[in-house]
Ligand binder design. Sequence first.
Ligand SMILES: C[S@@+](CC[C@H](N)C(=O)[O-])C[C@H]1O[C@@H](n2cnc3c(N)ncnc32)[C@H](O)[C@@H]1O
Length: 291
Amino acid sequence: MTKAQDSHQPQANSYIFDAESALEMARLLDLDKIITETMGGVLAEHTTEQLSGIQRILDIGCGPGGWVHETAFAYPDKEVIGIDISQNMIRYAQAHAQVRGLQNAHFQVMNALDMHMLSENTFDLVNIRLAVGFVPSSQWPNLLAECKRVLRPGGILRQTEIEVGFTNKPSLETILAVGQEALHRAERGFSPTGRHTGMTYMLRFLFLQAGFQQLGKQTYAMDFSTGTQAYTAVFNDYKLVLLLAKQLIARTGMMPENEYNTLYEQAMDEMQQADFCGMSFLLTACGKKPM
Ligand SMILES: C[S@@+](CC[C@H](N)C(=O)[O-])C[C@H]1O[C@@H](n2cnc3c(N)ncnc32)[C@H](O)[C@@H]1O
């Protein structure tokens, strides 16, 4: 890493949730597992041959470090570095790597919208997963330009985003729609109406605009209906994320708190019914920095 440049202006914390919250950390620990499982592993779409050229990996917005830990464990020959704005997440991630004896996993507190501390051409792969909540829509070109700067020529940018679930339950649909609209009002994602998260379909455009080449994509469907493998993880995730979203809803003036609380209780009841059905979609996009 290079020394700070003189003209540097620090960026504010732009996460829609409190990044230091223990609740948020608990949520991310469980979410990480089900997402990695749904995607068939940490780097499942890459062949062994493709991975052989990759030595240094950066994970942006790594949370409590699940993806970094699993990648470092699966590929002991590679160095994996996670950055996150949250001191608590990084402290936990570091401690967990130490407990597991993962000497090739490293972590640093850093604002991803301000990565001037990272030297150019130093990573073979940059991974981003679920970043819609901390990157204001207008900031995507800057973030991707920074990813390109820190990647070596021929290095890979890999980003995974999710479209929040579609379900057969009215209160859950309503509260999820309120959350999507709040995200839109907070200028996150690219949905022009706030009807959806609005990241997955933008990745190709954003990657091309940033100058990445040889684009590839992989899609995943996550069924979290009652009785499926993903059900409990997604139920717990919604239980926490919809609680954490209260502050955002209040900030964006979407709905009075008592109305939101009633809707929340109804949505949680609906998810526990035997005929509950729900599905989410994930997309991973990859692109190469030109040689
Ligand atoms: C939805 S979580 C995703 C965590 C992880 N990538 C995963 O997929 O499990 C978003 C993470 O971004 C972190 N974050 C928020 N703002 C950030 C910023 N400006 N720079 C770096 N990390 C940030 C949060 O602390 C949180 O850990």
